[in-house]
Design a protein around this ligand. Sequence first.
Ligand code: CA
Length: 643
Amino acid sequence: VGALKQRIANVVYRLRAKSFAYTIGGAICVGLMAFGSSSANAQSPEYVPGEVLIKLRGKASAIQSQAFIGKSVSEKSMSLKGSWPGLNLHHFALKPGQKVEDAIAELKDDPNVEYIEPNYIIHRQSDGIEGNPVAMADVQAAAASDVTTFSQTLAPISLAQAWAAESNNASSPIVAVIDTGLDLTHDVFVNSGAIWTNAKETLNGIDDDANGYIDDIHGWNFVAGTNSPQDDDGHGTHCSGIVLGTSQDITASPIAAARVRIMPLKFLDSTGSGSTSDAIKAIYYAVNNGAKVLSNSWGGGGYSSSLVTAIAYANDNKVAFVAAAGNASSNNDSTPTYPANYVVPNMISVAATSDSDAFASFSNFGITTVNLGSPGVSIWSTYKNNGYARASGTSMATPFVAGIAALILRESPSLTGYEVKNLIYGGAQAISSLATKTSTKSRINVYNSLIAAKAATPTGSQPKYDASANREPASASSSSSGGAAGGAAGCGLVAKAFSDSDGDDQGGPFKNLIFFGVLVLLAAPIAVAMALRNREISAAEHRRHPRFQVESSVVLKLGDRQLTGQVSTISMGGVQIDTDAWLEKGGIVKMSICSPDGKEQIEVEGAVVWSSEQKSYGVQFSNADAGIRSTISSWTRGLVKAS
Ligand code: CA
């Protein structure tokens, strides 16, 4: 991941004009993206050199899928950087020196391939701050002497009225700010208690909630692969301050207790750039861990079926997705900006207006594809290093909308993302500068939307995601049936979540999306190894230790990733594990095995000694001491012996 970050930071690889039409899934996709408020002209999409995302047909466990991966590694010198097994979506590094467009041309017609696309590069939708960052005292002094300092956030969008009208309820919705991270030690966030805490996780080196991320107490850093989404750019902290500032005064001292929770998910690096594969990981993380609103002040790249699928997953889980329209002064109706242009019911595409309700000159627009205006010119907010700063961009306009969504959900927590969107639209005020710029011709009004939310009756319903509304229908259809939000959690629950997902491809698998690390996922012999069960070792194992049938869960630790599975038999010598993950035969895995009653847990290492095409693996303990054997013995007392 560090290497990826470096590559994104150091290499800006642009396709030549000639090659920016890709054939993906049978349709021509021309992706154009400009970024930064100074970029007036659309540019060809950037992507991470030497990487592709490939979705295979059918299930990940199918022999054909495994054979494709095995062949890609052994014959094409590709390497697997990770997989979403539930989607049969895989992130590959190409053979060194191979061009992305050549790989796409070679593999797009492979009968196993549903689609193949570049791993596009994404950028934040702001050029950075105006002037130097200042301390809170400076902002307070400025606000006291100059009432216009915060006029943008107080006057036109009726913030003060909204706060006065707000219900005094206990709900504090989670807004995921998918960005450059958050200054986790900033006084505003610390003293208000605004930073989301994962109540199911403890700082102990173990993935307590079995969501695939170790010690993810305050979100995740997808750039570095760590549990610290500390902001090394400042953009994410600025956006987070706007989300928080939509529900309270972020310059007050002492600061009031937060009414919303910010889940910081860092996927943009210190230069504000990141990859589509990391954006997708962040979206699944947010949805699976309880966020109801996703604030996305970023864009870039060409059309990505994988990214659409992730947004549709958020939609299916009733989560609102707010996206910046872009800062290229261009028309998104004719020159799409992604992700803002994806046609998913929970999507809100946001343009920027000034404090005098003028249309921001840098902002993208589109009477069909851009939805509404929101303040985005010289906005004061929090900044890294415990600071404050002003910044402009649709990046700033977006978190105001996410903030309103959170206030709406405080009034009525069971609203769907689509219903929240309609309440935001319904409360927005028509302004003349947006008459030809956005679909609602309106700019947000927090008070109006809040009042509308008080009167709203949640139906829980929303339109089905219409894949045909997007440009790549085949690619997105797999997303139409997500399960309920929330990942597996803890001993016992893991087994249930796993069995829920162990049926067909309709629904469950999305719950357990786990992106796993490079080293696990092996090399050429996998297809063969998976198909051949080593009966000799298995039989020897049987002779030494009686095996018992159990229904219990296991967490497998592989590098910095964790996977979940189900234990179907156990002995003092080893376990049989069922999992969607691929384990390399001969590989060593660290396991946390839950007792059948879910009350106890043992930590033990073992070697994968056999595997079968049924996603089943035999793991022989390599360090089971007397204590572990005694514990297993107590667990298996009275259980049925396996044949
Ligand atoms: Ca975790």
